[in-house]
Design a protein around this ligand. Structure first.
Ligand SMILES: [Ca+2]
Length: 511
């Protein structure tokens, strides 16, 4: 009897240890949407846009309400997410050209590397926009260095953005479907063939979408883009199927790695411009292509969640959803985004949006689901930032950060998972200037930048005088308290200066 009890105990013990192991090595699917605003999802208060799959994720997980991307535009946000370093510390991390070389040095410790070192299968599928190759790279040869040099085993990429050439997919260092007899050339310095029609010279060829500002160079799929490309005709993507193509690639990765821990960075193109959703979504939102692209994004999320359900992976997978920056309405194409917006507020209660120093620039949705660990349907208003994923996941995976990695990435795992309500005690919000958050306070230093970006009609939060807002009582940043809070302003300016000088890096960081 005793022997039997002992044996049973041993079995229980082993399975408990195994379960613990599994909890320590969950799969991670990080869905990174593009230009989705705080107010764009029904689980964040939208009433005209319906996002049932994201609502499901929120219902089953934790919804953060003071979460931030590291910057108010794509490239710097993504740079900071992967490296744990604020983009303002590095030259060349602004919005990248379509022919930019890789902006993160090969071999550097990244978020993907943390998973890679922990023995995970790793992949990035979707929008990259961190540059590829070395300067002057030939797109017809091997496209490297790239994600493989930063900890991703495999990749399937939109190299830059939908509105920039080259309009081709790159899979594991090669342009997909490239005919060697029709080589690709890419230029951002001027036309490759002065006789080739552009959006500017031949607007009658723009059967799908016309530009509202810029975006008037090479025409692909009836849409003119930023930059010039020639050749590669068979490799050109089709905008209407882009979400389906990358969603299927993401699910294929899950399928191939269902039996081992995996990290999937699924970086959607939705809802960036040009917004050309598949015909099955067209007209369904009542808000034009921008609203229809929100529905398409939600559909991609739903299909990925279903794929996890069908493979019985839901319980051992952390799913994260967030956005790389705040929302923008007219971002360069005539797509009725402004006209059809109605009462919809893409940035929710916040002021500004993509590009802006106001909260709308970086305050984004962040939903995290981890069955068995995160209590379903919970919320957190702690101050958190995507830049902390590096240090936080390193801890979860039991990986030590190299001393010189992730200077600005603080380990905030318990906050991200809702185990504590204590958030960061300071955060830099990066747009035209660097602003500082401490608790409910937001300090925006004086700057000479324009108050309004006239092209996108965005309030930029620039002012010749410094600004201080109490977001707890004034989330819309309407009452500047600089005059009545001079001591606080001084303190926050000093702290911002110290952070910029690298004096308040994460514990243990050393150059
Ligand atoms: Ca973006």
């Amino acid at each position: 009897m005793l022997r039997c009890l002992l044996a049973c105990f041993a079995v229980l013990n082993v399975s408990a240890a195994h379960a613990g192991m599994e909890q320590n090595r969950p799969n991670v699917v990080f869905i990174y949407a593009d230009d989705i605003g705080y107010g764009d999802l029904s689980c964040y208060g939208a009433t005209r846009a319906k996002t049932p799959n994201l609502d499901r994720l929120a219902r089953e997980g934790l919804r953060h309400t003071d979460a931030h991307s590291a910057s108010a535009t794509c490239t710097p946000s993504r740079y900071a997410l992967l490296t744990g370093e604020y983009a303002f510390r590095r030259n060349g991390t602004g919005v990248a050209r379509g022919d930019a070389s890789l902006i993160i040095e090969p071999g550097r410790f990244t978020l993907a590397k943390a998973f890679d070192q922990a023995g995970y299968a790793t992949s990035v599928v979707g929008k990259w926009h961190l540059g590829l190759g070395n300067p002057g790279m030939d797109w017809n040869g091997p496209i490297r260095p790239g994600p493989k040099d930063l900890g991703f085993d495999e990749h399937f990429l939109i190299p830059a953005t939908g509105d920039r050439v080259p309009c081709v997919y790159v899979e594991n260092e090669k342009v997909v479907g490239l005919d060697p007899a029709d080589p690709i050339k890419v230029s951002f310095d001027g036309p490759l063939d002065p006789s080739a029609p552009t959006g500017k010279s031949h607007p009658e060829l723009l059967f799908r979408m016309k530009p509202s500002h810029g975006h008037d160079m090479t025409i692909v799929d009836g849409i003119s883009r930023i930059g010039y490309m020639s050749g590669g005709k068979k490799a050109l993507w089709d905008d209407e199927t882009m979400a389906d193509v990358i969603t299927e690639k993401a699910i294929d990765f899950v399928d191939r790695h269902a039996g081992e821990p995996f990290f999937l960075f699924f970086s959607t193109h939705d809802i960036h411009v040009p917004r050309v959703p598949h015909p099955r979504f067209v007209g369904k939102s009542g808000m034009g292509p921008r609203g229809d692209a929100i529905l398409q994004l939600d559909d991609s999320v739903g299909r990925l969640l279903e794929a996890l359900d069908a493979r019985k992976l839901t319980d051992k997978t952390i799913v994260i959803f967030s956005s790389d920056n705040g929302p923008v309405v007219d971002d360069g194409y005539v797509d009725r985004a402004v006209e059809d917006l109605g009462s919809h507020k893409p940035a929710g209660p916040f002021r500004g949006g993509k590009y802006s120093n106001f909260e709308g620039g970086t305050r984004v949705p962040l939903i995290i689901r981890w069955p068995g660990t995160i209590k379903p349907g919970t919320g957190s208003d702690a101050l958190v930032c995507q830049i902390d994923f590096l240090a936080s996941f390193a801890r979860l995976l039991g990986q030590e950060l190299p001393k010189d990695a992730g200077p600005d990435s603080f380990e905030t795992l318990d906050t991200l998972l809702g185990r504590t309500a204590e958030g960061r005690d300071q955060l830099v919000e990066h747009a035209g200037v660097t602003s500082l958050r401490t608790g409910p306070w937001k300090f925006i230093p004086a700057s000479n930048g324009p108050a309004i970006n006239k092209l996108t009609n965005t309030e930029m939060g620039n002012s010749r005088s410094p600004q201080l807002y109490d977001l707890k009582h004034d989330p819309g940043e309407t009452r500047n308290l600089v005059d009545s809070e001079q001591a606080r302003v001084k303190k926050m300016q000093a702290m911002l200066d110290a952070i910029r000088k690298g004096e308040l890096s994460r514990p243990g960081f050393a150059r």
